[in-house]
Design a protein. Structure first.
Length: 219
């Protein structure tokens, strides 16, 4: 391995798929990005958000067991009387790219049970014109929400790529965490599936939160 290759490996290990600890930051007064343009009918762009409006509209942080607050972006088709899933997405996160086939599989499975998936792209590194093509290539069927102003990301407490949030039919957040859990060589526990099965059955979600091995999103 050359010195340059070793450096690249070190960089990826340092800023890539690290586990989140679910500590949340207060909403920050940051300059918003310009409003992106939706490239197709399944891609929604967030409205522009000024420094003043972010400061004045501080939304309560997302709390498990409470109603999911307004995230400040058009969320597309959601549950309509059924649970739904919000997926934090990123083109640049290797963890998310690795997880994309699994997410597409779960989306297809639960779409047949009237549970839609919505994908929130809030990574400032992503080229917004690339998102529709990436979304389609992954086989995702749910809406792609481009959070260009990062309003939703701030109101969610700065989530990581690969993080999923499951919301019940009443709009209450019942699960937040990883798609699956498991160490190499050990059986994988499908924690998102467990949560959705419980929500559909109207029973308690036994594991309402987990750590997330995903990429922190640049602010």
């Amino acid at each position: 391995m050359t010195a340059r290759s070793a450096l690249l490996v070190l960089i990826v290990a340092s800023v890539g798929c690290a586990p989140a600890d679910f500590s949340v930051d207060p909403v920050r007064d940051e300059d918003s990005l310009q409003r992106p343009t939706a490239a197709d009918s399944n891609v929604a762009a967030s409205p522009p958000t000024s420094r003043r409006s972010v400061s004045a509209g501080r939304t309560p942080l997302v709390v498990l067991g409470s109603a999911l607050p307004d995230l400040g972006v058009p969320m597309g088709r959601r549950g309509g009387g059924w649970p739904w899933v919000l997926v934090v997405a990123s083109l640049r996160c290797p963890c998310f790219r690795d997880a994309a086939p699994r997410l597409a599989e779960l989306e297809t499975r639960f779409r047949a049970r009237s549970v839609p998936f919505v994908f929130l792209y809030a990574d400032a590194r992503d080229q917004q014109e690339e998102i529709p093509q990436f979304h389609a290539q992954c086989g995702f069927q749910g809406a792609a929400i481009i959070d260009g102003s990062r309003t939703a990301a701030r109101r969610l407490g700065e989530p990581r790529a690969c993080e999923v949030l499951a919301v019940d039919a009443d709009g209450v957040l019942r699960y937040r965490g990883a798609i699956d859990m498991g160490r190499p060589g050990e059986p994988v526990r499908a924690v998102l599936v467990e949560a959705l099965d419980a929500m559909i059955a109207g029973t308690t979600v036994l594991t309402p939160s987990t750590s997330v091995r995903g990429c922190p999103l640049p602010r």
